[in-house]
Design a protein around this ligand. Structure first.
Ligand code: 5RP
Length: 225
């Protein structure tokens, strides 16, 4: 795989916030990938850490890296969640789910004291909505859920991968919704999750505590609250 220096630098900076003994949330995607590799190095150097993963893909990578994974029964609160995003704005609002892991990602973000988001500068936007908003829907009567999304002018497209219907780690489908510019993310979030059949949507509002942005010129920028 070709290395992406901006994503790698942002992810490795996020890992510097990890302290020995912490419980970590491992994100999903090509930026979180670099964080998992660096966390693996810390573990192999002897740092005591434990982790939970936001996807089967990240769980497999963590296992390969020797990162101790724990059961949710053993977790009350995570210390730091490090994850990527598809879009982020200056208010630390995010669109996530490009990799289809939004539901587990949101559960873990909500259980974490800090969510550190790692992106390259192409993901930082003035207003969310250029990236189609992923909405996870259950397969049962998905056609009806789809119609409800259409009434919200979502222009939903059922996600496919390699010509097959994309199925999430939770056995659900993803409707990629084309709202265009999202002026009121909170209200849209509430409207979407109010539809029976919608399990969760990819708007992350009030979760991120810090965004680390890797730039093409090698610089790092940060937004925090
Ligand atoms: C997966 C996600 C990812 O964090 C998001 O798609 C960004 O991925 P990448 O770092 O590969 O650009 O939300 O569900």
């Amino acid at each position: 795989m070709q290395i992406n220096p901006a994503k790698k630098a942002a992810a490795e900076k996020a890992v510097t916030f990890i302290q020995p003994g912490m419980t970590i949330g491992l994100g999903t995607g090509s930026t979180a990938y670099y964080a998992i590799l660096r966390i693996g190095e810390l573990v192999r150097e002897g740092m005591p850490l434990r982790a939970v993963a936001t996807s089967v893909q990240s769980e497999d990578l963590a296992r390969e890296q020797g990162i101790p994974l724990i059961d949710f029964a053993a977790v009350d609160k995570l210390d730091i969640d490090i994850d990527g995003a598809d879009e982020a704005d200056a208010q630390l609002q995010l669109i996530k789910g490009g990799g289809g892991a939004l539901l587990r990602e949101k559960i873990i973000a909500a259980a974490s004291s800090q969510m550190i988001v790692v992106i390259d500068e192409s993901k930082l936007v003035k207003q969310l909505g250029h990236f189609p908003l992923p909405v996870e829907i259950i397969p049962f009567a998905w056609e009806l859920t789809f119609k409800k999304l259409q009434t919200l002018k979502a222009a939903p497209v059922l996600r496919k991968k390699d010509g097959q219907l994309f199925v999430t780690d939770n056995g659900n489908y993803i409707a990629d919704c084309h709202f265009g510019q999202i002026a009121d993310a909170s209200s849209l979030h509430a409207q979407l999750n109010d539809i029976p059949g919608v399990v969760e949507n990819g708007l992350f509002i009030g979760y991120a505590s810090r965004i680390i942005i890797g730039c093409d010129n090698g610089a790092l920028k940060e937004i925090s609250r």
